[in-house]
Design a protein around this ligand. Structure first.
Ligand SMILES: Nc1ncnc2c1ncn2[C@@H]1O[C@H](COP(=O)(O)OP(=O)(O)OP(=O)(O)O)[C@@H](O)[C@H]1O
Ligand SMILES: [Mg+2]
Length: 296
């Protein structure tokens, strides 16, 4: 290509007689080469943009989690002061004091604020975990039973456990919360009485070159993981929705808070795991949650 340009430049001043047709042929070759280059750039573009969007999305989520987690942590310390002092004041006040009611209101408000900070600590991945050995198959089995009876749609949720599955070190109540949130999203994406959510478990070994480019919060550390897979046959997500789905308070559903996936990501983050989502508009969604198997 460079050589062709040089050649053209050299011959472009005043082409001697007889070289016109040669020049025209070169120009045609140049046009063809440029067209080929342009289509190669177009073919390459989605991959490049997807990589950049992926990296930006991860960075944005990370800084959100850092900011929210740091604020929630400091705010919690302030709340402890409010709660401790209002309790002490209530102990000292006579039972018929008119100040008791407003003090109790202060205490109730501080408790509600403490619940909110716990929520923010959860989605920022800084919540305290009650870690114990967890059999993921048993946990999913129990949750499916309670989810189907709560939703009254026996056929909508299927479970295919991998057998055997190593146990993991995890906070069972947090994992139940994450699973419930994923199943809720799957059912909501399919609409009432339609489609199937398939839950399954598996075990994978992650190496340096595993195809997990889009994992959140980042590429998982090499090692062995159990996988919880939630696949639905619902509406799927457009690239725009997918790129924001894990942001706290992002929702496309009226009346929802948009906290489900950010809480799932926080729970996964605090377990040093990863999430991989595959989705297509009208083509369903597959969410895989990877949780590390402790090295014995
Ligand atoms: N399985 C899914 N299929 C299609 N879209 C999904 C799926 N899961 C999440 N989404 C999209 O991602 C958005 C964010 O999900 P998230 O669970 O965080 O919030 P929400 O479900 O809208 O509200 P909340 O969970 O607080 O009730 C959803 O509004 C929806 O657009
Ligand atoms: Mg949700």
């Amino acid at each position: 290509m460079e050589a062709l340009f040089a050649e053209l430049e050299a011959s472009s001043a005043t082409p001697p007689a007889g070289t016109r047709s040669r020049l025209r042929a070169r120009l045609r070759r140049l046009a063809r080469a440029l067209a080929a280059d342009a289509s190669a750039v177009q073919r390459a573009r989605p991959v490049t943009i997807e990589r950049e969007v992926g990296a930006q999305r991860r960075a944005r989520l990370e800084s959100l989690a850092l900011l929210a987690g740091g604020l929630a942590h400091d705010f919690n310390n302030v709340l402890i002061g409010v709660l401790a002092n209002s309790s002490l004041a209530l102990l000292d006040l006579p039972l018929d004091s008119p100040a008791r009611r407003p003090l109790q209101e202060i205490e109730n408000a501080a408790r509600r604020a403490a619940d909110l900070t716990r929520l923010v600590l959860t989605f920022s991945g800084r919540a305290h975990l009650a870690v114990e050995p967890v059999d993921l198959n048993a946990l999913v089995q129990e949750s499916v039973a309670s989810l189907t009876s709560a939703r009254g749609r026996k056929s909508a949720i299927r479970f295919q456990p991998a057998d055997p599955l190593p146990s993991i070190e995890a906070d069972a109540s947090r994992l139940r919360l994450a699973l419930t949130s994923l199943v809720a999203n799957a059912l909501e994406a399919m609409g009432p009485g339609r489609g199937v959510v398939t839950l399954s478990t598996d075990r994978i070994d992650v190496g340096e070159d595993s195809p997990l480019d889009h994992a959140l919060p980042g590429f998982p550390a090499p090692g062995s993981y159990v996988v919880l897979d939630a696949t639905d046959t619902g509406a799927g997500m457009t690239p725009e929705v997918m790129s924001r789905a894990f942001e706290p308070y992002f929702t496309t559903k009226p009346g929802h808070r948009g906290l489900g996936l950010s809480i799932v990501l926080g729970i996964v983050r605090s377990h040093k795991g990863a999430i991989v989502v595959e989705t297509r508009p009208k083509g369903g969604t597959r969410v895989r949650v990877l949780l590390p198997i402790p090295s014995s």
